[in-house]
Design a protein around this ligand. Structure first.
Ligand SMILES: [Zn+2]
Length: 163
């Protein structure tokens, strides 16, 4: 049972993070072309289709690059969406930390629940850490958010590569 929970904890936290991006795009009325969560890849041509992703260690949401929106609005929306994923992860991290703080004494007597809470904290710390990274295989949300402040064209380049 514990193993089962541990196995679903990781994808669940990642899904929440990606949903942060997705809901922000929906809210800002920016069309999306691709939502990738590990091996699951949803792509949109005229309607959404599910496919298997070869790069199954990657998670990202790609907006429509060719759009008819005002450029400033488009860039602002994308930057908001970039920060909304990490914001959701940060929210969950705080939630687990508060839960740990409030129930610390109870959790000391319940190893399984303690392990689950600590595991969820570790996952969200690791997701947030990933948001700052920049290397060949991954570009973090927050890294991209900061870089795109004065160089908005890097957003187009980044999303073109993912399409
Ligand atoms: Zn993200």
């Amino acid at each position: 049972m514990t193993v089962f929970f541990l196995i679903i904890c990781l994808p669940l936290n990642i899904v929440f993070h990606e949903l942060g991006h997705v809901f922000c795009f929906i809210f800002m009325k920016i069309e999306m072309k691709k939502i990738c969560i590990g091996p699951l890849m949803f792509t949109k041509t005229d309607k959404w289709k599910l496919a298997y992703s070869k790069h199954n260690n990657k998670c990202y949401v790609v907006p429509k690059v060719k759009h008819n929106k005002n450029k400033e609005y488009y860039i602002n929306s994308i930057r908001k969406s970039l920060i909304f994923g990490p914001a959701v992860s940060f929210f969950f991290l705080c939630l687990y930390l508060v839960y740990l703080g409030i129930n610390y004494n109870l959790l000391l007597n319940n190893r399984i629940e303690m392990m689950l809470v600590l595991f969820n904290i570790a996952i969200n710390v690791s997701i947030l850490h990933g948001c700052f990274t920049y290397n060949k295989s991954s570009v973090g949300d927050i890294y991209l958010f900061i870089k795109s402040k004065n160089h908005e064209c890097i957003l187009d380049d980044y999303f073109y590569d993912l399409l």
